[in-house]
Write a protein that binds this ligand. Structure first.
Ligand code: GDP
Length: 460
């Protein structure tokens, strides 16, 4: 991928880098050959074209004679900037009017508005970092839990990319040896030892499979765990949600089935986001409004990765409880059995369930054993293998490329077992190299890049 391949790569781009809205300070960012010259045309203060990189200058931004704002201008001269191009950051007062006027006057003087992710895309094209790292920048911007932040940070600093590049290099060596053999078919020489190749592939698979396995956790870290609180009407679902979230977010009511709308909310336990979905209850019903709720409840349960199922120990018989447990087991989704209302439950029910041992016994209303339930929720997503500093795949695109690499490596082993000809072997190795290269962007297409960077916000 060369810079010229990308339409408008020579333009100087401008965008607001801070969130839109009123704030104390706003930062407007420019990047491109003319970034400093364009700013200089509208800036009154020192002559910016004569200043050194990494300096800050006070002055005013003007539209003709009219002063728009007093600002601080930071200069970054190529290649010592994020994009490796000339870059300017203008810190102005954070009024939407001022920001719009400053951007307008910069556009009038030769800049153009940046597209989503264009700053990061330029940084990638100019070799600031590879694709996996660029994607980590996006993840970092969106990370809202400690674990997501840690994973994105690790990836941005290149830990993951280093691993992939090292794997690729080892394989490239074999690929070139085997391709060389193709040039000497007549002579029947073997530059690449088949035994060494097999050992290398096995070694590569031992690195790739744990990376693939880490995606399950990576996905949880990045996207949270969709969790459903389910149970019969009046089992105490809204009450529990309130206690867990510690806020009056769901409407608690004595009338069965009044919690009709889904209230999605997040609970962070140990850096992991659990996205709770409150449901309208699971009873079969003829009430039409309620029936919509039940249908949606079933759909939501199927989307969930974890079900917290509440049993109403005050009003349900043991027989009813065990019937429901059976039904839940057939769903095939991990669930936690929670016995609610221990404060008001018959002694016999309490005793029977405590003997079974796998029920979490709580009182949602009385806030009893809620911390213990939180521990059980965390245990249910099986995060025990996670150590900080581990390389974790958090990105679906990377996961898919790893899967395809693993498949191609399997094909190489199969080829070796069957003694296929070199051209087939070379093809499978090239396939593996291709998919590894896709992760870091050594192999990339315009479509892929457009797809990735369009998900960034403007100004990033
Ligand atoms: P939902 O229909 O499952 O959402 O149930 P709600 O959260 O609306 O609760 C139904 C009723 O059970 C309300 O009157 C709650 O006050 C009551 N409730 C909830 N938790 C407990 C509990 O731990 N003990 C007792 N005794 N009542 C509870």
């Amino acid at each position: 991928m060369r810079a010229e391949d990308f339409l408008g790569a020579d333009d100087t781009i401008v965008a607001l880098a801070t969130p839109p809205g009123v704030s104390a300070i706003a930062v407007i960012r420019l990047s491109g050959k003319e970034a400093i010259n364009i700013t200089n045309k509208v800036f009154k203060g020192k002559d910016l074209s004569k200043q050194e990189s990494h300096t800050i200058h006070f002055g005013t931004i003007r539209d003709g004679e009219q002063i728009i704002d007093e600002v601080l201008v930071s200069l970054f001269i190529a290649p010592k900037s994020f994009t490796k191009e000339n870059s300017v950051e203008i810190s102005s007062h954070g009024s939407q009017y001022i920001v719009r006027k400053i951007i307008e006057v910069l556009l009038k003087n030769g800049a153009r508005l940046a597209k989503p992710g264009e700053f990061t895309r330029r940084a990638f094209i100019n070799g600031q970092f590879d694709l996996a790292q660029a994607e980590a920048v996006a993840d970092l911007i969106h990370s809202d839990s400690a674990a997501a932040h840690q994973a994105a940070m690790n990836q941005m600093r290149g830990g993951f990319s280093e691993k992939i590049r090292a794997l690729r290099e080892q394989l490239v060596h074999f690929a070139s040896m085997i391709e060389l053999e193709l040039d000497f078919v007549e002579e029947d020489v073997e530059f690449a030892s088949r035994e060494d190749l097999r050992n290398l592939i096995i070694k590569l698979q031992k690195v790739i499979h744990p990376l693939m396995d880490s995606f399950q956790l990576g996905n949880v870290i990045k996207n949270g765990v969709p969790t459903v609180i389910a149970g019969k009407p009046n089992a105490g679902k809204s009450t529990l949600l309130n206690v867990l979230l510690n806020e009056e977010k769901a409407i608690v009511s004595d009338i069965p089935g009044t919690t009709r709308d889904f209230i999605e909310d997040e609970l962070v336990i140990n850096g992991i986001n659990f996205r709770f979905i409150d449901t309208a209850g699971l009873r079969e019903t003829t009430d039409t409004i309620e029936a919509i709720g039940v249908e949606r409840t079933h759909a939501k349960m199927k989307q969930a990765s974890l079900i917290i199922y509440l049993f109403d120990l005050k009003n349900e018989s043991l027989q009813e409880i065990f019937q429901e447990v059976n039904r839940l087991e057939n769903l095939g989704i991990p669930f936690i059995k929670v016995g609610n209302k221990i404060d008001a439950a018959p002694q016999a029910t309490l005793q029977a369930l405590e003997e079974k041992g796998d029920f979490v016994m709580i009182s949602a209303q009385g806030n009893i054993q809620i911390d213990f339930l939180k521990e059980k929720i965390l245990e249910a997503v099986n995060l025990s293998n996670f150590k900080t500093g581990d390389t974790i795949v958090t990105n679906l695109r990377h996961y898919q490329s790893l899967q395809q690499t693993a498949q191609a490596l399997d094909d190489v082993i199969k080829g070796l077992d069957l003694g296929v000809t070199n051209d087939f072997l070379a093809m499978d190795i090239r396939q593996a190299l291709f998919h590894l290269g896709e992760i870091t962007g050594e192999i990339s297409t315009d479509d892929l890049l457009a797809n990735i960077f369009s998900k960034f916000c403007i100004g990033k």
